[in-house]
Design a binder for this molecule. Structure first.
Ligand code: NAP
Length: 662
């Protein structure tokens, strides 16, 4: 059974004072359930002190300071006894007791399926909640003979490779970049960091004692590099190589994948299946603004940062105020002479005081020394930052003021965010008016930091411009009111082409049908993964698998990979060579998704965002619970697919291992 860093813990040898200080940093609910493991005493979680799940914006989930002090004092005594008795644990809690502990942690009684789901996440006995059982029972020769091409070696591609390797299935990864990491390799702009809590932004099977609550890009890139090395997948990667096209051959039931290396050499590879792990935010978008080409100064997109330019004392224009600008503007403003930030739509901002902070020493110690604490802490984060949040962004049709909020809970969120933003902007009426959105929270992607962005906007040499841009000239930007902004540098923080999924690859399915033409800017797939007429093509982070408020995208990738392995298992078990999603299954599913998205804040008609395509349909987001995705992606239903047998064998053995050096 696979073990992780947090399946074991270090013995406690530290003096009382040290333990006491460390406990100051404890997450109280996670600590309390850990104390049950250490003492076997369920009374610890059966008293008055318990989390209240619906306390908005309260990191202590309703547990008062006095109650926290009581728990810390109790924990100190328990940990001292545990230390002084050679760190021996009593008998493990029963399954029913663990369920009760789980209910306590989330603050409400969970249904059976939620219990099962979170118990998997908790993975107390090690093991892997996202594995595909039974696949390894299939003859190794059969598994090895099945070859998969994975496109992309980012977070999803590394995961896919790792799972295929575990399953004994052969694969090749095609990666356009010179190394692994995907978005964390490409986005190197100053200040780039994750904004999902890091303890849930990590593979379930590879938890890490992160240095910060929200790590910067270099730490994440290192993590994914370490994973690639540790999982032994690097030798399977063709770096500096792009997929140009892929075509399904019905006779052989294989994909012919045309790749081109950076030195211009093309070749055609064959595979039984293709996994696209290219992500949704992979192709930078420059805005369609008149005169863009005429600008004579330095210009670049945030996802292709040109580090060679010294920005000291420069006059800089930044177009866009999404998650990328939000992170780099405060950094470049430190050196620049003047920064003009061009905002088209403001964003809702959640103020997270520890956003930039290191994880304190006490917290590290708890994660590494208190039995099971790290596991329960992850589940706490998982629930309270994910599933627990969904209720705040769901529409209540009877709520009257739909333009500003979509339900009473969503309105509470609006009030809470407004209060947080006002606490930083103070009495700067002009900035308040510009920065506080009028649309419902979660209508667009919400941003999170410790107030740095808003503070930066208050600086004398930083200017938030809301007058719409009318054109770009040789020397700067002109706005609607006729104002001209002369700048040395123009940075486009204008996002990506999310609706053009898998673009610019040319992908042809049954009967030569072209995927881009078929989708026509309106990508859809069954479970975000399979598309009728494109057999054995699987998307990871495909249509409608993005999340706005609830959780980590890594969770989705793990579910997706479990499902894809299930599809491969189905093929190997049945002796079939390809599976093709039934149109009716796909259509019914997508209707359900569309109806679901209309019930969510991001479906609101008065908001423009990258979640929607040009027709206003939400193409990117998953509108339901994580549990729902987890349940639906356990394993494929055979009846959802048409299965094919090949009429001919492939011309070559579809297994190619080429490595274009890193
Ligand atoms: P984005 O959220 O799509 O933001 C693009 C910005 O450019 C928006 O402010 C948009 O305004 C503006 N814009 C686009 N075209 C324009 C035009 N013609 N004129 C004026 N303004 C224009 O892009 P992003 O900031 O790169 O972020 C994309 C996504 O990447 C995020 O939502 C997030 O999912 C991910 N990301 C995550 C992190 C993180 O985890 N920390 C960091 C960066 C990015 P409108 O709002 O009016 O359209």
């Amino acid at each position: 059974m696979a073990t992780t860093q947090f399946d074991t813990w270090n013995a406690i040898t530290e003096p009382d004072e040290f333990i006491k200080a460390a406990l100051e940093e404890a997450n109280i609910p996670a600590l309390m359930v850990s104390l049950v493991h250490i003492t076997g005493d369920m009374n610890i979680i059966q008293g008055d002190i318990c989390p209240h799940p619906r306390v908005l914006g309260d990191p202590y989930v309703g547990i008062t300071e006095a109650q926290r002090a009581t728990v810390r004092a109790q924990a100190l005594e328990i940990l001292k006894t545990y230390r002084d008795s050679d760190c021996r644990l009593p008998q493990a809690p029963t399954v029913d007791q663990v369920r009760e502990m789980m209910n306590f942690l989330v603050g409400e009684p969970l249904s059976d399926d939620y219990g099962q789901f979170l118990m998997g996440e908790l993975s107390l006995g090690g093991g892997n909640p996202y594995a595909q059982p039974g696949l390894r029972d299939i003859l190794l020769e059969k598994r090895r003979a099945f070859h998969v091409i994975i496109i992309g070696a980012g977070m999803s591609g590394i995961l896919a490779a790792h799972r295929l390797k575990e399953a004994g299935i052969s694969f090749t990864i095609i990666e356009k970049n010179t190394s692994v990491g995907g978005t964390w390799f490409e986005n190197t702009y100053p200040g780039c960091r994750v904004d999902t809590p890091n303890h849930i932004y990590s593979y379930s099977f590879k938890p890490k004692d992160w240095p910060k609550h929200y790590s910067p890009q270099d730490v994440l890139l290192k993590y994914f590099n370490q994973c690639a090395d540790e999982f032994g997948i690097r030798p399977h990667i063709c770096f500096n190589t792009s997929v140009e096209s892929a075509e399904f051959d019905k006779k052989t039931c294989t994909w012919r994948v045309r790749v081109k290396s950076a030195d211009g050499v093309s070749q055609t590879l064959e595979a039984h299946a293709v996994i696209s792990a290219v992500g949704q935010l992979n192709r930078p978008r420059l805005p369609d603004i008149e005169g863009r080409e005429t600008f004579n100064g330095i210009s670049f997109h945030s996802a292709k940062w040109e580090h060679e330019h010294d920005l000291t004392d420069k006059r800089i224009a930044v177009i866009g105020t999404g998650a990328s600008a939000f992170q780099f503007v405060p950094e470049i403003a430190k050196q620049a002479g003047e920064v003009f930030v061009f905002q088209r739509t403001p964003n809702w901002i959640a103020i997270e005081p520890v956003y930039h902070d290191d994880i304190p020493e006490g917290k590290h110690w708890l994660l590494n020394h208190v039995p099971f604490y790290a596991k329960w802490f992850r589940v706490f984060r998982f629930w309270h930052n994910a599933e627990g949040v969904l209720a705040w962004v769901k529409k209540d049709a009877s709520w009257t003021d739909q333009a500003h909020s979509i339900s009473a809970a969503n309105d509470e969120l609006r009030v809470q965010f407004t209060k947080g933003m006002k606490s930083v902007l103070g009495d700067n009426a002009d900035l308040l008016q510009k920065c506080i959105p009028t649309y419902p929270p979660a209508g667009k992607r919400m941003l999170v930091d410790n107030g740095t962005w808003l503070k930066t906007l208050k600086w004398e040499d930083v200017h938030l411009v809301t007058d719409p841009i009318t054109k770009i000239t040789e020397t700067g930007i002109v706005t609607k009111s006729g104002e001209t902004y002369e700048v040395d540098v123009l940075i486009y923080a204008t996002g990506f082409y999310p609706s053009r999924m898998l673009w610019p690859m040319k992908i042809k399915g049954l009967g030569g049908i072209d995927l881009q033409e078929h989708w026509n800017g309106n990508p859809r797939a069954y479970l975000g993964m399979t598309i009728p007429k494109f057999p054995n093509l699987f998307c990871m982070y495909g249509p409608n698998t993005n999340i706005v408020a609830n959780g980590s995208i890594i969770f989705f990738s793990e579910c997706e990979m479990r499902y894809i392995l299930g599809c491969i298992k189905l093929l190997l078990e049945t002796g079939c060579a390809a599976l093709d999603c039934k149109q009716s299954v796909h259509d019914t599913y997508n209707q359900w998704i569309d109806e679901g998205n209309l019930q969510m804040a991001w479906g609101a008609s008065n908001v423009r965002s990258w979640y929607k395509n040009s027709q206003g349909r939400v193409t990117q987001n998953w509108p339901f619970t994580l549990l729902e995705f987890w349940k639906r992606t356990q394993a494929p239903k055979k009846s959802d697919y048409t299965l094919y047998k090949p009429a001919a064998t492939p011309r070559t053995s579809p297994s190619v291992h080429h490595r274009h050096g890193e």
